[in-house]
Write a protein that binds this ligand. Sequence first.
Ligand code: 13P
Length: 339
Amino acid sequence: MHEQALIDTAKALVADGKGILAADESTGTIKKRLDGIGVESTEETRQAYRNLLFTTQGAEDYISGVILFEETLFQKADDGTPFSKLLADKGVIPGIKVDKGAKPLAGSPDEKITEGLDGLRDRLNEYREAGARFAKWRAVIDITDERPSDYCVHVNAGALARYAALCQEAGIVPIVEPEVLMDGANSIERCEAVTDRVLDAVFTELKRQNVLLEGMLLKPNMVIAGKSSPQQAGVDQVAEATIRCLKRRVPAAVPGIVFLSGGQSDELATAHLDAMNKRGPHPWALSFSYGRALQAPALAAWQGKPENVEAAQSAYFKRARNNGAAARGEYSSDMESAA
Ligand code: 13P
């Protein structure tokens, strides 16, 4: 085992005032994002977009690591430098999404199981060779009156732990992501109860499979009302429910918790993280591993046009800076109007 290296990398990913950019959209997901701005998704446009993000000057002051999709890990920046080297040279740790997506769960096909364990040991060695030092696996749990089933929670927890154990064997820090979706009409209380159940199952499996808690990060959802719930919770309520739930279920040995944004607006995702850190200190670092909440304004500014690259980079820089402040509990909404 590479225990000390795993611990050092996990800590570096949640260094003070820093968090993670999730730029690991699969080919299908990035197509949706590019369709949204009227840009055709090709290998070239995907490279151009990621080049824009990764060459944003100064973002490295707030971004500790970037999660890449496999295609991007093996792509090069405009100047010919492999993306993984370009990031590492700036002190940004390259990471890789290693799951193969959430598929219908046999025996309960309305629910999902994340696939990708077959051949993972060999793939992890290739990714490490290409520069990846951490990885991500996302399990997807939805909420209805009847779901999630215990079966769904249990098999996803098992797969997350198996992935985490394989990562650590390969010297790669696993980010364990059990995402309870915020798409439903459920209350915040129901989200808290489901998140509690899911985290309980995940940490039971991680223990059973001998995962080193000090050498991993947790990437959970925040505890929040479903998007179509008529009763949306305020920022303070979300912060309090999320911290209460995490304190009950996440051992203090885990160095950091990096939230997904899950479809929250970019400013709200920042405000929630800030409110949690203003209530600190906590047993673990609380930071971000946002996809949409870091990228949405940059995508909108870019529109696929070279003349908009600078505006897109400043939009991304601003979200990175503001979330860096939120990771310290030092954000204020005035920062949204500041240059
Ligand atoms: P969002 O922040 O857009 O939810 O994406 C984070 C992520 O990596 C989901 O797996």
